[in-house]
Design a binder for this molecule. Structure first.
Ligand SMILES: NC(=O)c1ccc[n+]([C@@H]2O[C@H](COP(=O)([O-])OP(=O)(O)OC[C@H]3O[C@@H](n4cnc5c(N)ncnc54)[C@H](O)[C@@H]3O)[C@@H](O)[C@H]2O)c1
Length: 287
């Protein structure tokens, strides 16, 4: 690691994304502090990381030293004080500006002046989030993909005030994590979310109007268009609530073509939020 690389990383929120980010950070050799106030979410994150470690160990993908090193470098905390000493904070709390703002103001007193904050937001304005934080120059978007330990890309998103040093730091951290990066200028939904939510929304429109079954829409995109996952498999993995937040935001920012499909909205109202609750477009028997 170069001098610009932090030794310790704090990951705030251990939901679908935070747990994966924590895992790749610890695997890359960073002391990794995971901050999760919800005890049930923390427990489920620990269990899922353990499952991934066990599977990777059994398959011989990661050797015993790698697996035990990851366990040693992961620390858990319920409060933002846990971020003390981190050179980079990666925020992965739900997609609400107000909630993210609370996290930035709560964590700031525990951070060194030169620490960088990266948000894993899928769609929100980096410039707006940076302005809410106490350090717009040291604020950047680091958009990971799900599942984090398998997906190779991180979109690095630059807000209006993001400084070169912050960008270099997250580029270096991404490289050490073994990820590829693309640089994106502040724009709603960046590159990937902007395209992905339209595909998902159109898939819901086809399901709603009976064009084909969910299974056949997924199969058509996988086998006909070579997508690795169908749009419904994907939205179940992402979380229908998270996807809906993104669509609502893009609808507001970019116009009518992003209006959320009513069937998607109905699924969220019914609590069908995807794999994380055992039911989304498809059913997932809980293990
Ligand atoms: N789900 C995806 O596939 C995906 C992909 C890329 C980016 N993102 C983005 O990542 C972020 C998190 O999404 P997610 O899907 O992991 O959400 P999630 O709902 O699965 O997890 C969020 C976690 O944050 C925790 N949390 C809430 N308030 C907190 C606080 N004040 N301090 C610390 N933790 C707190 C919650 O308890 C929860 O465990 C969002 O901005 C989302 O847009 C999601």
């Amino acid at each position: 690691m170069s001098q610009a690389t932090p030794r310790a990383i704090a990951v705030i929120g251990a939901g679908v994304m935070g747990r994966g980010i924590a895992l790749v950070a610890a695997k890359a050799g960073f002391e990794t502090q995971v901050i999760e106030p919800n005890a049930a979410a923390a427990e489920s994150a620990r269990a899922e990381i353990e499952k991934i470690l066990k599977r990777a160990g059994e398959k011989g993908e990661w050797d015993a030293a790698t697996v035990s090193g990851i366990r040693d470098r992961l620390r858990w905390s319920e409060t933002l004080e846990g971020a003390k000493g981190a050179g980079l904070v990666i925020e992965a709390v739900p997609e609400h500006v107000g909630l993210k703002a609370e996290v930035y103001s709560g964590v700031a007193p525990h951070l060194a002046a030169d620490a960088v904050i990266a948000t894993n937001t899928s769609s929100l304005s980096i410039t707006e989030l940076a302005a809410i934080s106490d350090r717009p120059k040291q604020f950047v978007g680091m958009h990971f993909f799900n599942p984090v330990h398998r997906m190779r890309l991180i979109e690095l998103v630059r807000g209006l005030e993001t400084g070169e040093d912050a960008l270099r730091l997250v580029e270096e951290v991404s490289r050490v994590m073994g990820k590829e990066t693309v640089q994106v200028r502040e724009s709603p939904g960046f590159v990937t979310s902007r395209v992905n939510v339209l595909i998902g929304n159109e898939a819901f429109a086809m399901l709603e109007t009976g064009v084909a079954s969910a299974r056949d829409i997924d199969k058509a995109l996988k086998l006909g268009l070579n997508h690795p996952m169908g749009p419904f498999e994907m939205v179940d993995l992402v979380g229908l609530d998270t996807r809906l937040f993104i669509l609502e935001y893009l609808h507001q920012a970019l116009g009518e073509r992003f209006r959320p499909n009513p069937l998607h909205v109905q699924y969220v109202k019914a609590g069908r939020l995807g794999r994380k609750v055992g039911r989304g477009v498809y059913d997932y028997p809980q293990e």
